[in-house]
Write a protein that binds this ligand. Sequence first.
Ligand code: PEP
Length: 257
Amino acid sequence: STTRTPLMAGNWKMNLDWKQGLSLVEDLGDALKGLDTSAVEAAVLPPFVDLRTVQTAVDAGKLPISYGSQDVSEHESGAFTGEVSASMLTALGATYATIGHSERRQYHGETEQVTNAKVKAALGGGLTPILCVGEPLEERKAGTQVEYTLAQLEGGLEGVDAAQVGSLVVAYEPVWAIGTGEVATPDDAQEVCGAIRDWVRTAHGEAAADAVRVLYGGSVKSSNVAELMTKPDVDGALVGGASLKADEFAKIVRYQD
Ligand code: PEP
């Protein structure tokens, strides 16, 4: 749709200490100077311990970069050792909270109940969830990628109302494409991203379907992003490895140039 601003979000994963993160965000700010943020939005998702530094650099340089976390607690506050709440992230100027990344699901046992609770906690704390969904290789081989991904979406969004669903970001990240160098074809990305939007339309109506931003993630690079972005239901990319180099990530953000 013409109303959705594309989003290119860089997931740093567990890379870059605060000094390295500072260099990257400053270099990225230079590379994105003059970016028309009404045409495309750039975001970084650093480790928690880098967020204060990123905030300071973005504010001081008025950099055209949004930022957010890679995870968020499902709880508001209290005796949850090691967790970070949505309101703590909001207080740092964060816009986004990544929720249900496949690495969280795989290594930290995040179920749909957990992603659902985190989506609600993020929304309640004033953050925009980036809810990650996507099938493993076996499901792709069986041809069940759409059903599998929609079940994750439905579980993650249970009890979330239409206006909130319209405000959020869904990232379709097929597990077999993450960190493998094996990008989905534009048609494969469109199949599932389109199914995600159709599900939102059926469950929450036209306005929510038109507003929700659906990203593709999995081995996105500057050399393949433009082709993916030609697809009508791909509104941007969630980028892992290629977001760790300022020039490369800036090229992804400027895919239209
Ligand atoms: C990711 O971790 O969200 C991701 C898409 O990684 P990569 O781009 O490295 O495949």
